[in-house]
Design a protein around this ligand. Structure first.
Ligand SMILES: *[C@@H]1O[C@H](CO)[C@@H](O)[C@H](O)[C@H]1NC(C)=O
Length: 343
């Protein structure tokens, strides 16, 4: 496979400018924190990680690496981002990259509560714990410099809509209209970034929502619509992304010295889904594992007889998450279009 020119050039040029990559969010960026907690939202079993180095399941929701791994590599911070709760790593490893994300979480505390995963506020508590350990290891001056120059990547929100709001009757949907719920989530995002700024972060990337009506799980459920994308969910993702974009604009004005970018994966992912062959894929409507063509075959595990042979032919690995190949395309796009200013 030919590496994009960008990835070949980046590490040398930028290694000094971004000394660390620090990740918050949900399964789009969790590299294994959920392996260490009691929840049903896990992927630490085969065939997850089938194409990861050593062919091992890591807790990443893919067959291989996830976008934040590729981004960390491009910044020269290491080719995988280890999970903070993984006992096989320590503070010395986390010096250049660390992940606090938890699959299943959302901006809303109710979302993380549904599956007993790590709420966003607690990801921040773990980060503060990390800061203390880094200061112990390196001293105040060096640790503070790393924390200030680090790239903070934040990616979540899909679960607030697809696992919480639209699934649970009598819950958030009885308290808020969709628009009100969006505003509620935006306020939590604003507070989160403001708190992160308060404890030292200056370079922040806030990811937008994907075209969530096109996830195979949603398409399978749309049997009346012949398994096409659910437009309503895509419209909500687009509207929410506009609000995130406005928030980013506002924070850049209000928080002196911060540089926040809105890293939007929506357009690239929709293009891949609508024109899979352009990117070398054969299918975007069904996933490699847990094909979702048959109701009840959502679950990706070793007992699912339908797992495909070559994940590179598929946009999606399981009914909710992209394959490594898709993740690499998304990471390249995000680096080129949104993170280039930090390079
Ligand atoms: C979420 O829970 C934490 C911890 O209980 C709390 O501090 C925070 O205010 C809650 N967030 C919202 C938006 O209710």
């Amino acid at each position: 496979m030919i590496l994009p020119l960008l990835l070949l050039l980046l590490p040398i040029k930028i290694a000094a400018e971004v000394p660390a990559v620090i990740v918050f969010g949900d399964s789009s960026v969790d590299s294994g924190n959920n392996n260490q907690i009691l929840t049903v939202v896990k992927s630490d079993f085969e065939p997850y990680g089938r194409d990861f180095e050593g062919s091992k399941p890591t807790g990443r929701f893919s067959n291989g690496r996830i976008p934040t791994d590729f981004i960390s590599e491009a910044f020269g911070c290491g080719h995988i981002v280890p999970a903070y709760l993984d006992p096989s790593y320590g503070i010395k490893d986390f010096k250049t990259r660390v992940c606090f994300a938890s699959a299943g979480t959302g901006y809303d505390n109710v979302t993380s509560g549904l599956t007993s995963v790590i709420p966003l506020w607690k990801e921040l508590e773990y980060y503060k714990d990390y800061q203390k350990k880094l200061i112990e290891l390196l001293g105040d001056a060096e640790a503070s410099l790393i924390l200030k120059e680090a790239m903070y990547l934040i990616s979540l929100g899909t679960n607030d809509f697809l696992v919480n709001y639209f699934v649970l009757p009598g819950g958030r949907s009885s308290q808020f209209t969709v628009e009100e719920y969006e505003n509620f989530l935006i306020e939590i995002a604003a507070n989160f970034i403001t708190e992160l700024y308060g404890v030292g972060a200056r370079k922040v990337s806030l990811a937008g929502l994907p075209p969530m009506g096109c996830l195979p799980l949603e398409r399978t459920a749309n049997f009346l619509g012949r398994r096409s994308c659910i437009e309503k969910y895509n419209e909500i993702a687009k509207a929410f992304n506009v609000k995130l974009q406005n928030l980013v604009h506002k924070l850049n004005i209000e928080l002196q010295g911060i540089r926040v970018v809105f890293a939007n994966p929506y357009d690239i992912l929709l293009d891949i889904i609508q024109h899979p062959s352009k990117y070398g894929f054969e299918s975007a409507a069904t996933s490699c594992c847990a094909s979702g063509t048959v109701e009840l075959s959502y679950i990706c595990n070793q007992f699912n007889p339908l797992t495909c042979l070559d994940a590179n032919k598929y946009v999606f690995w399981d009914s909710f998450h992209p394959t490594e190949k898709t993740n690499r395309i998304i990471a390249d796009y995000v680096l080129k279009n949104f993170l280039a200013q930090f390079l």
